[in-house]
Design a protein. Structure first.
Length: 256
């Protein structure tokens, strides 16, 4: 059998979700032709699907030795590096992918996400905005743009970005939550509370939303409800010392 036959078998097995068998078939193809770039690439995709992220990265790198200008491989390698929290390498891989495929809005979005993790919100903002010029309806780009603006202490612009995300995806609990956080920065606790409540309607186990809801209620002098919300946050996330500390502080203040 030829490498191409094994490769085609592997692709068919992958489509059937028989992923371990697909990897074995890719291996057969590569034993016959170690320079088979598509087999290395597609093997990496399947390994990533199996959760074997480091093995996937190694497979993508072997594919890139065969074809260094393969934008798809560079993009997929960037995603695997992102998942492995190797953020600087991920940014580099996305940059290389974008040199060959500058219209890849998802690569720009994921590049921005990596830059946010590297505490570079100004560069991340540029990446999100480039993504939105290519795909104005990309919800996660609007959402992450809001996160970058908030990190840059531009909360009103952040709220506008979250609002756009929510027009496109009204059930985005994260956007409702972050909108509330930005509104708290703007000292608008009533509006923030409504945002946190909406996030919790969508995700009833959202510990951070319960915590920030408690903060908003405390700002509105609704002490019992604030304590209840903070208690719920600490139950959902037992290691949440901030929620516990704030609850104790509010209770002590009321007692005084």
């Amino acid at each position: 059998m030829t490498p191409e036959i094994f490769h085609n078998q592997a692709m068919a097995l992958a489509q059937q979700k028989r992923l371990a068998e697909a990897v074995a078939a890719f291996d057969q193809a590569l034993r016959l032709n170690p320079a088979y770039g598509d087999a290395h690439h597609n093997r990496g995709v399947v390994l990533h699907m199996l959760g074997r992220t480091e093995d996937a990265i190694a497979s993508y790198e072997r594919a890139l030795r065969v074809r260094p200008d393969n934008a798809d491989t560079l993009y997929n390698r960037g995603n695997a590096l992102l998942q492995s929290r190797r953020m600087e390498e991920a940014v580099d891989s996305f940059d290389r992918a974008l040199r060959f495929a500058p219209g890849n809005a998802q690569a720009l979005l994921n590049r921005g996400y990596a830059l946010m993790h590297l505490d570079k919100p100004d560069q991340a903002l540029g990446s999100f905005e480039k993504a939105l010029r290519l795909r104005p309806g990309l919800v996660d780009a609007h959402y992450n743009r809001g996160m970058a603006l908030a990190a840059l202490d531009r909360p009103q612009e952040a709220v506008t970005s979250y609002d756009t995300a929510l027009q496109l995806a009204p059930d985005h609990a994260g956007a409702w939550h972050e909108r509330g956080v930005a509104l708290m920065t703007l000292k608008r606790p009533e509006e923030a509370l409504a945002s946190f409540d909406k996030a919790l309607q969508l995700r009833p186990d959202f510990a951070e939303a319960f915590y920030n809801r408690g903060v908003a209620l405390a700002a509105l002098k609704q002490v019992e409800q604030a304590v209840a919300s903070l208690t719920r946050a600490s139950h959902l996330k037992p290691g949440n010392l901030a929620a516990l500390s704030l609850r104790v502080f509010i209770q002590a203040t009321v007692c005084d």
